[in-house]
Structure formats: C-alpha cells, structure tokens
Design a protein around this ligand. Structure first.
Ligand SMILES: Cc1cc2nc3c(=O)[nH]c(=O)nc-3n(C[C@H](O)[C@H](O)[C@H](O)COP(=O)(O)OP(=O)(O)OC[C@H]3O[C@@H](n4cnc5c(N)ncnc54)[C@H](O)[C@@H]3O)c2cc1C
Length: 390
C-alpha cells in the first residue's frame, strides 16, 4: 500500500517492510514449528524503531501517526508472518488505544513499558460461552479497596500464555443480573498484571493457522485489577462504548493484516504464473490462471481503499462503524479467496510446506471468525443502514 499515504507514512512503511523482511523473515520457520512467538527478538527491536508507539503523540513520548499507520504496520508484518502480526498486535495497538481512551491523562505506568516493549499485553474479551454477544459476558468485576476483583474465564486469548498485562472486559457485579441492555452499561475494561494471585492460564491451543502466535484460556479467580487501568464500568455505558471503540481499531488492524497475507499470496502467485510452464507456455498465459491473478490485484486494491477510508474517518473522530465493518468483511473475505486461489495456482506445490503459500491460506482462514465474525459485521452494516429501524 502506498497510494493515499503521505511521504512520512511511506517512509515508515519502508522501515517496517525492511525490518520485517530482513529481521522477522528468518525467524518464521522455527516459530511456526515450535508455536512460539519470538518476543525477545521482535518487541525490543520494534520499540527501537518507534513502531510500538505509533498513535501516541510526541508530547507523550510516542511516534505520532494514527490508525492508517497502525494498518501499515499490520500489513507489512503480515506479509512476512500472520502469526507475528497477531503476536505483536496488542503491543502495537495498546499504547494507541490507551491514548485514544484516556488522552493526555493516559496511564503512564502502563504506557511507557508498553511503548518500550518491556511488557507484552493481551486483549481478553471472548468467553467460552460465546464471543459474538459481548454484552452477555459473565466475567464480573466487584468493587474493592483501590480497584476491582475479577472473576470469570476468557478463551482464545492471543498472547494468553505469555502476556504480562491483560486488558480484561468484565461486567460490574451489580449489573450482572440485569437485562442485556442494562448489563452492557456495566461493562468495563480492566488491566490485570501477570503474577497477580488468582490469574492462571490454560495450555497453548493447537490451531489451523497463526501458529507462531500463542493462544490460550485465561482464568480469573478474584484477581485484583487496580483502578486507573482503562476505567470504564461506570454504569453509564461508558465502559461498553470504550470497548466498542477499541474494537474499531482492532478490526481495522485485522483488515490490514488480511491484506498483508493476501499481498504475499498475490506476489507469490504472480511470480509463479510467469515462471511455471504448462502446455508450452507460462501458466499465466492461460486465461484461467491469468484472470485469477488479475482479480487478486483488483481485490487487493479495493481492500486497501476500504481500510484507508475507515482509518481516515476514525482518526477524524467521525462515526465510521459501517465503514470499519465493511473493511473487515471485505478484507478478510478477500484474503481467504486470494490465498485459496494462490494455492490453486501453485498446484501441488501450493499444498506442501516447502513454499509459504499453504501457510498464507491457513492463516487467512481465521479472518472471517475473529474480531466479530463476518456474520456479525453484516448485521452491523444492516443496522447502520437502518434496515432494523432506528
Ligand atoms: C486464533 C484466534 C485468536 C483469538 N484471539 C483473541 C483475543 O486475543 N482476544 C479475544 O478476546 N478473543 C480472541 N479470539 C476470539 C474471537 O474474537 C472469537 O472467536 C469471535 O469473536 C467469535 O466468537 P465465538 O468463537 O465464540 O463464536 P460464536 O459467537 O459462538 O459464534 C458461532 C457462530 O455463530 C454465528 N453467530 C453468532 N451470533 C449470530 C447472530 N446473531 N447472527 C448470525 N450468526 C451468528 C457466528 O457468526 C459464528 O459463525 C481469537 C480467536 C481465534 C480463533
């Protein structure tokens, strides 16, 4: 992506592209095989390059920039490894989210170690009984001296096994028994640190793709979260709104990540369509293959345009719920289609681990599932179009 980017954004794009290709590329094979996110080799270097403080103004010690730049990071890292883009996602987004929610009052005790890569965060929203209906979550926050005590279970948490700080969504205990709409008003996001008594984890989950990112359950048994994390849970709906705002940023990141995977699959396919021959000519000269490549290029361009539009609206503070959902829906579907076509273009070589094409395909498949399934995105779009009434 460089269309629509400023010179400054293009310069950051080059930095992160070079970093990803030169420094992250060689780590991918081992990380995929072991299922471990190589945090020591990734986070300190990203901090050094200023990539963990994008979206944080310089007045707070950050690198500046906004959502579009966060999307550039997602795309460039995912071109090399979808798993790394997920492992680093919370580290990249948490500082920007803190500032978006708390402004100049952002919790420095959290912001600084996040920006320097000293702590690895995790976003813990999903629960075993369902991730789509967040308002029905059952993890409770009970007010106590200096903070809250959290009780419940989260699942499918990226970085779950290794994170130092968990951004946990929970409903206020005194709202837990209320009807759905009222419950939602009691939802807030709290920060719990690793090592806090009452915090424990399940084993890393074995997944179809994104294998170099670690995923697990997180158990909270009266775990203490100090006040001043992300606040919320005021009973006035602020916490739930905060969580939804946070999801907008996450969804754009996931959209761009999907574009990165699709870009890698497209580049591999274009090269292969030129070099592989069948029936006396390059396979790209057979329309069935060439047209697939053409459609890949078209979908990639459209996907990026949707990411850019939604990012710009978000940064201008304009309402963009529909545009974010459209980007998430389109980009994740496009990535599944493009990576699947890439496997087809590569024939049997697309199906074996000698080439990364099968990994792109496996990694892309989670896109329509997470950060609000694509069914939910379509519901949101319908709602925003007024289809269900005002
Ligand atoms: C690899 C991976 C990493 C993840 N990382 C994180 C993380 O770091 N933090 C976190 O909080 N979560 C994470 N998740 C969880 C993810 O966000 C959820 O899986 C997702 O929100 C969907 O929730 P669910 O799996 O419970 O599906 P469900 O909500 O149970 O939905 C099941 C199916 O029913 C459909 N459905 C549900 N409701 C409706 C409806 N009203 N209309 C139509 N269809 C509907 C869904 O679209 C889906 O197809 C991760 C998931 C994966 C796979």
């Amino acid at each position: 992506m460089s269309y629509g980017l400023s010179d400054e954004q293009v310069a950051v794009q080059h930095t992160v592209r070079e970093f990803a290709q030169r420094e992250l590329g060689p780590l991918v094979a081992e990380a995929e095989a072991t299922g471990r996110f190589p945090r020591p080799q990734i986070l300190p270097r990203m901090a050094e390059l200023g990539l963990l403080s994008v979206g944080v103004p310089e007045s707070l010690g950050g690198s500046g920039g906004g959502s579009l730049l966060l999307c550039v990071l997602a795309e460039e890292i995912a071109r090399v490894s979808g798993g790394f883009a997920i492992g680093a996602m919370a580290s990249i987004l948490a500082p920007a989210i803190l500032v978006r929610l708390q402004g100049e009052q952002a919790n420095r005790a959290l912001l600084e170690p996040l920006m320097t890569g000293q702590i690895l965060p995790a976003l813990a929203f999903t629960e075993p009984r369902g991730g789509s209906d967040l308002a029905s979550m059952t993890t409770t926050a009970t007010k106590t001296e200096g903070g809250v005590r959290l009780r419940g279970q989260k699942t499918f948490i990226s970085n779950g096994p290794t994170a130092d700080a968990f951004l946990v969504a929970a409903v206020r205990a005194d709202h837990a028994g209320l009807p759905r709409e009222e419950r939602a008003k009691g939802i807030g996001v709290h920060v719990v640190l690793r090592g806090t008594p009452g915090v424990s984890f399940g084993p890393p989950m074995k997944k179809l793709g994104m294998r170099s990112s670690e995923t697990s359950e997180v158990f909270l048994d009266d775990a203490f979260a100090p006040a001043g994390g992300l606040g919320g849970g005021t009973g006035a709906g602020r916490g739930f709104r905060q969580m939804m705002e946070l999801l907008d940023v996450n969804r754009l990141y996931i959209s761009a990540l999907s574009v990165g995977l699709a870009q890698a699959a497209f580049e591999a396919s274009l090269a292969y369509a030129k070099e592989r021959s069948a029936f006396g000519k390059p396979i790209g000269h057979h329309q069935a293959v060439g047209f697939k490549v053409a459609r890949m290029a078209m979908r990639l361009d459209a996907a990026r345009a949707l990411v850019q539009r939604a990012s710009e609206l978000l940064d201008r503070g304009e309402r963009c719920t529909r545009q974010v959902s459209e980007a998430k829906l389109f980009c994740t579907e496009a990535a599944v289609e493009i990576t699947s076509d890439a496997v087809q273009i590569h024939g049997a070589y697309g199906y074996v681990e000698d080439l990364p094409v099968e990994r792109y395909f496996r990694d892309a498949r989670v896109g329509p599932i997470w950060e609000g399934t694509n069914e939910i995105q379509q519901q949101i779009i319908c709602r925003e179009l007024g289809l269900y009434g005002e």
